[in-house]
Design a protein around this ligand. Structure first.
Ligand code: MD3
Ligand code: FE
Length: 203
């Protein structure tokens, strides 16, 4: 099923389900090379979401700022390559949502354990806001917060479940968004966590 949640934002419920086994196997291999870690914001706060990356560019934050880096700062080695299962799913979902020829070079992998949240923010560390962003939700359900173009716009709440994909582009690309604190639970494939794959064209 396909719903427009706002101008430029398309929700594909369950789109990732046929890929789940391959995605989870590939995820485990990535995390073995580049473990999840809690990064620190430029303001000095440790994030409640743990992160890692795959692809030629990885999103990182530390006291010196937010940026994309070709290497994992923990190992000084390149981030693991983006598995073809990840790339194909992101490109297929983007095309289904009306964004043709999406070629992500960055996949940020977010891990939410119960209580973890992401405050309202914009994604604006990428070179070209013309490319969409594709996000894949796996594991425990979460409440996604969808704001406006001003931080003060009151967010709407959307439940995102295992297998749901959202593609955001055009007028939705710079909207403020976040995730409410994760409720506890147990997912059959992933246990007590939510994993979000965020595909972007960074460079
Ligand atoms: C709407 N992640 O990593 S994905 C992020 O569920 C991030 O982990 C959330 O926001 C998560 O930056 C939300 C959905 C998402 C991603 C990018 C967007 C929504 C977006 C960019 C513009 C508008
Ligand atoms: Fe974001």
């Amino acid at each position: 099923s396909q719903e427009a949640i706002a101008e430029g934002a398309v929700l594909l419920r369950g789109f990732a389900r046929p890929f789940e086994a391959e995605l989870i196997a590939d995820l485990h291999a990535i995390v073995a090379q580049a473990p999840f870690r809690h990064m620190v914001t430029p303001g000095g706060h440790q994030m409640s979401v743990a992160m890692t990356n795959c692809g030629s560019a990885g999103w990182v934050t530390d006291r010196s700022g937010y940026r994309y880096d070709s290497n994992d700062p923990e190992s000084a080695k390149p981030w693991p390559a983006m598995p073809s299962s990840f790339f194909r799913l992101a490109a297929q979902a983007a095309a289904q949502a009306g964004f043709n020829d999406f070629a992500p070079d960055a996949c940020l992998i977010n891990r939410y354990q119960p209580g973890a949240k992401m405050s309202l923010h914009q994604d604006k560390d990428e070179l070209d806001f013309g490319a969409p962003i594709v996000s894949v939700s796996l594991g425990l359900p979460a409440i996604f917060l969808w704001g406006g173009l001003k931080r003060s716009d009151k967010p709407r709440r959307f439940p995102l479940k295992h297998g749901d994909i959202v593609a955001w582009g055009g007028p939705a690309r710079l909207v403020f968004h976040g995730v409410a604190p994760l409720a506890d639970g147990e997912h059959a494939l992933l246990g007590r966590q939510r994993i979000n794959l965020t595909f972007r064209k960074a460079r």
